[in-house]
Write a new protein. Structure first.
Length: 477
């Protein structure tokens, strides 16, 4: 028992340390290698090393990823532990065994994989546990850079996490999270797994009371390895040392004492008393449709207000952050974690609403209404955990275009009104804008050399034209 208590405390300290490091890194916009350890991010980055490592870990030790490295899992445990603060629950969580919602979790996994293949990256961003947590941190650390759609999703995710974790512990982890489902398939055949010694077990129920995964069936003396996250709580609390973490299965020393018949059936009253029942397919689809409609309407309203307030000439294509290989590659790799949003010192990277379309919502996008991309800054490319943004040096960034400036001379005060200006030409770091004079009319106007323009947005930011600015930055397809 002392061994499992040490393992439990060690696992808890490791989980809290990893969670704290990731949270601080996201909040401060710092680079953290722990972000690259996350499974969805490793898949998006095509990191065969980390994918192979976690696969082998699950096949040998089970789902220790969910209880140590995943920040969402640590948040679930912290919220579940708050259950002990309520009257009468200071010593135990009072969970009990629940049958696995196999249809629900495999349906969610198939749905998310299908959305990823169809390019509906907003769905994968919502259900990725790491990105979901980092999105909440970004919403708190830099709220001005988060769209209404981002706030809605972050707030709804927080409410769902709190509601489910308080009452059902790891229910979301075992029934909704795609990472948990994938690891559960591997841990089903893991080499090491928890096991109950039926010669020592007295059916006291202590292990079932503290199991946040609700996977211990004390009637049949079995533990569901696909849902167990190897937290060692049950092994530490067992008064008889009947639970062990080892290879193989225990067999009764006296075969005559083998259990006979089926385990006691769950009564109708117990079934009706379940706090949360399996999700109804029609209700799930209707909830998704209502949520999508709300996100689309909020994002559209915000964009209209932003355009009306700032007097923008709307670009045809949104601008992706520096380091993007291509628009398609960026959408496929980005999980919407928001690390680049908090890392940007100028605040030009924000969480998108409808700029990329509803199916690619929550991805970072450049917004030059309040500032512009710093010429020598490459911090966003250093913190991306999925390689959606390729790391750049300042010299490489000077030659890498993220967009192109487009000028409407009819809105330019120098050309249309004859007022002295030229701010865009003076502010351009690459001298891509020059003031030229039309010999036929004698009027001067700015001219953009597309070969030299990198789309930093400095010209747009300093343009004094109102109500519509004479310059807009077009994203590169």
């Amino acid at each position: 028992m002392k061994l499992y208590r040490r393992l439990r405390y060690g696992r808890t300290l490791l989980a809290v340390a990893v969670w704290a490091a990731i949270t601080i890194a996201v909040a401060t916009g710092s680079s953290c290698f722990l972000s690259r350890l996350q499974i969805v991010e490793a898949i998006a980055a095509c990191s065969l090393i980390w994918m192979g490592l976690w696969l082998m870990t699950a096949l040998i030790f089970g789902r220790i990823y969910c209880s140590t490295v995943c920040p969402a899992g640590t948040v679930f445990d912290i919220i579940a532990r708050l259950n002990r603060l309520t009257p009468g629950r200071r010593r135990r969580y009072h969970y009990s065994y629940r049958r696995p919602l196999s249809k629900t979790r495999y349906s969610f996994l198939a749905f998310i994989v299908l959305c990823a293949l169809l390019g509906l990256t907003a769905v994968t961003a919502i259900f990725d546990p790491y990105s979901s947590w980092s999105r909440m941190v970004v919403a708190v650390a830099r709220p001005a850079a988060v769209s209404i759609a981002g706030f809605v999703v972050a707030g709804a995710t927080a409410v769902v996490w709190i509601a489910f974790s308080l009452r059902r512990g790891r229910m979301l982890c075992n029934s909704v999270c795609p990472v948990g489902t994938m690891l559960g398939l591997c841990s089903k055949a893991s080499l090491f797994h928890p096991d109950i010694n039926t010669d020592l077990c007295t059916n006291c129920g202590a292990c079932s009371d503290v199991c946040k995964s609700e996977c211990i069936d004390i009637f049949s003396h079995t533990i569901d390895p696909t849902r167990c996250v190897v937290c060692f709580d049950c092994m530490d609390i067992c008064p008889n040392g009947a639970l062990t973490y080892s290879r193989g299965r225990h067999h009764l020393s006296i075969p005559m004492l083998q259990p006979v018949g089926e385990p006691p059936a769950i009564s109708a009253a117990d079934a009706a008393g379940d706090i949360i029942k399996p999700l109804d397919r029609r209700a799930f689809l209707m909830t998704g449709i209502v949520m999508a409609s709300t996100l689309a309407a909020d994002a559209t309203r915000k964009e209209k207000r932003r355009v009306a307030h700032a007097g923008l000439m709307t670009p045809l294509n949104p601008v992706t952050p520096p380091g993007t290989k291509s628009r398609r590659d960026f959408m496929a790799r980005c999980t919407g974690c928001g690390n680049c949003v908090t890392a940007c010192p100028a605040g030009t990277i924000v969480v998108s609403g409808s700029q990329y379309g509803l199916r690619n919502a929550l991805h970072p996008v450049m917004d030059f209404s309040e500032s512009f991309c710093r010429y020598d800054c490459v911090k966003c490319t250093e913190v991306c955990p999925t390689d959606a943004l390729t790391p750049l040096t300042p010299a490489e960034k000077h030659k890498t275009a993220i967009g192109k400036a487009r000028i409407d001379i009819n809105e330019c005060i120098l050309y249309a009104d004859g007022e002295p200006c030229g701010r865009c030409a003076r502010r351009c770091p690459t001298q891509a804008i020059r003031i030229v004079t039309d010999t036929s009319t004698g009027r001067s106007a700015p001219h953009v050399s597309l070969d030299d323009c990198i789309g930093c947005g400095a010209c747009f930011y300093v343009c004094p034209a109102t109500p519509l600015k004479a310059i807009v930055i077009e994203g590169i397809e």
